[in-house]
Design a protein around this ligand. Structure first.
Ligand SMILES: [Zn+2]
Length: 291
């Protein structure tokens, strides 16, 4: 039976927890972005987690294998993570067929009891293959319009009981809900007091008191200013899920230059822009030089 003792994702995150820095867990949609992210990690001597969405696995079936090759050949610690896997059958197919290091088993669309039950079963199946498991407690709201009414959302925030429940489900990485949202906060980032840093810190404290050293992932980082990211890290977030935060520069570059730039040069320059932006965020998260 495999164990998660030598799991790449967990080793990267445990080292970051011990060293008190954050690690980017960067979503990639294609091989150009993958290449730029890996180049940034090697240039900065930084650990990195590469994230693919389940929909991307279906859209580009070879990309996970390319990412796994990058993980294997990189000169710094990199791992391959599947983000927000919500379909039980697809999760089973992923862990049976793909060389992934960790999976977010996202059962948050079920009611709480079923969420925990399914998470527990799937965690066991993942662990049997040496694959680490992330789960989401509470409900991290989606949508582009931001938070409507924080009063109504209190019940969706991660409580101490939620933390205990998920620890009991034997997960490795917990993604708490502290006012963070999937989607855009707006150009200046989260509103003042939108993120409950005290709750994040107390979740971290609660975890530290147990034998099961679960690591904290932070979702919903679009539009984050550097100081908000730093505050999340100092409050206990280790795995920092980033999507648009990095890819914005790639999207803008390609959009603005596609008409006038030869294709091969467009790819080269787009990768360069994304690499530089990734390096900047590795410095902000203080993972630079840690690999
Ligand atoms: Zn997420």
């Amino acid at each position: 039976m495999a164990t998660t003792r030598d799991n790449r994702t967990l080793r990267i995150l445990s080292n970051a927890a011990a060293g008190k820095y954050g690690v980017l867990a960067a979503v990639t949609y294609n091989i150009e972005q993958l290449t730029a992210l890996v180049r940034a990690a090697e240039a900065k001597r930084s650990p990195l987690i590469i994230q693919l969405f389940p929909s991307t696995l279906k859209q580009l079936p070879t990309l996970a294998h390319a990412a796994a090759a990058a993980v294997k050949n990189a000169t710094v610690p990199i791992s391959l993570h599947i983000d927000h896997a919500q379909n039980v059958d697809h999760i089973r197919e992923i862990i049976a067929t793909l060389p992934v290091d960790s999976v977010m088993v996202d059962m948050s669309h079920y009611d709480e009891a079923e969420n925990l039950e399914k998470t527990k079963i799937l965690a066991k199946e993942c662990h049997a293959k040496g694959i680490a498991v992330e789960a989401e407690s509470g409900r991290i709201e989606g949508g582009e319009d931001g938070i409507a009414d924080t009063g109504d959302l209190e019940a969706l925030y991660t409580s101490p009981q939620d933390v205990s429940n998920f620890l009991a489900a034997n997960i490795d990485i917990l993604a708490p809900s502290i006012g963070n949202i999937h989607g855009d906060y707006g150009p200046s980032g989260p509103a003042p007091n939108q993120l409950d840093f005290a709750r994040l810190a107390s979740i971290n404290e609660q975890i530290q008191k147990t034998d099961n050293r679960v690591l904290i992932a932070l979702h919903g980082t679009n539009d984050f200013p550097p100081e908000i990211m730093k505050q999340c890290i100092s409050s206990g977030a280790i795995k920092l899920n980033v999507n648009k935060l990095l890819l914005k520069v790639w999207n803008e570059y390609v959009r603005d230059n596609a008409k006038t730039t030869p294709f091969v040069r467009l790819i080269d320059e787009g990768m360069e822009v994304l690499q530089k932006e990734t390096e900047r965020w590795m410095d902000i998260c203080e993972s630079s030089g840690k690999a």
